[in-house]
Design a protein around this ligand. Structure first.
Ligand code: ADP
Length: 235
């Protein structure tokens, strides 16, 4: 497992290093053209807009890098977190984004359910999945988040009413920089689900996608329930 992770890290850094160069070169080129040449306002504006777009892409790549390096600190995974409370927190944090897209966000999660996972790592995974639900839901659509206990797991279900994920794509969308059949116009880097899977599997959980009763995708995360160590184990 460790070897696979190392290789994934190496490939990630190599890819990112390679990909940072292109937007940087293009940003510098456009700025130099605007500075040097006698070009009309319209053209220089167009060049600057391209430079801005490339700068935003660069920012997304860097963000992806930061997320990956964060994922390496093992303290992020240790401990126990109340998955119900975290789901409510994540939904609250994403309400403005949902409202902006006209998406209704609902939660069904009561009581408490302790997962064997650090709160930051869990929050990270939840935010990624719910944000995807909002991003891929129909315009004016719905996203629902449900917490269910299925001993020895606590499961989080994220449902949306978007296009769903084709059967043939259900595994590969978790791969690094894989965007499957992402609808045109929906922006992304194809990194989010890789991070979710890395986090969830690291604590002994699972994540997959299936068809949602809501018509779109249902992402299911199963996290091991936290159980106090049985007494009398000390030797
Ligand atoms: P991104 O959304 O940035 O492309 P992700 O890693 O989060 O990257 O997702 C990978 C791909 O999985 C997406 O490009 C999209 O094709 C598919 N996907 C993810 N979430 C959903 C969803 N809720 N509904 C439909 N497709 C999805």
């Amino acid at each position: 497992v460790r070897g696979a992770r190392e290789r994934e890290r190496f490939e990630f850094l190599a890819t990112v290093g390679h990909e940072l160069r292109t937007p940087l070169t293009s940003i510098r080129g456009y700025i130099e053209t605007v500075l040097d040449d006698e070009i009309d306002r319209r053209t220089s504006r167009r060049f600057l807009e391209t430079a801005r777009r490339e700068a935003l892409r660069l920012a997304r790549l860097v963000e992806g890098m930061l997320e990956f390096s964060l994922l390496d600190s093992s303290s992020m995974y240790a401990g126990a977190a109340d998955v119900v409370a975290l789901v409510h927190g994540a939904v609250e944090a994403l309400h403005p984004i949902a409202a902006e897209s006209g998406v209704t966000l609902t939660v069904q999660a009561d009581g408490t359910a302790l997962g064997r996972i650090g709160a930051d790592a869990c929050m990270h995974a939840l935010l990624n999945l719910i944000e995807n639900g909002i991003k891929y839901a129909r315009a004016g659509g719905r996203v629902g988040v449900t917490v269910e206990r299925q001993d020895p797991f606590v499961c989080v279900l994220v449902d949306d009413d978007g296009p769903g994920v084709a059967y043939a794509d259900r595994e590969r969308i978790f791969a690094y920089r894989e965007r499957g059949n992402a609808p045109e116009g929906v922006r992304g880097a194809g990194v989010g689900l890789t991070i979710v899977r890395t986090v969830v599997e690291r604590v002994g959980g699972r994540v997959h996608v299936e068809v949602s009763p809501a018509g779109g995708a249902r992402f299911v995360v199963a996290l091991p329930l936290f159980k106090a160590e049985p007494e009398g184990n000390a030797s």
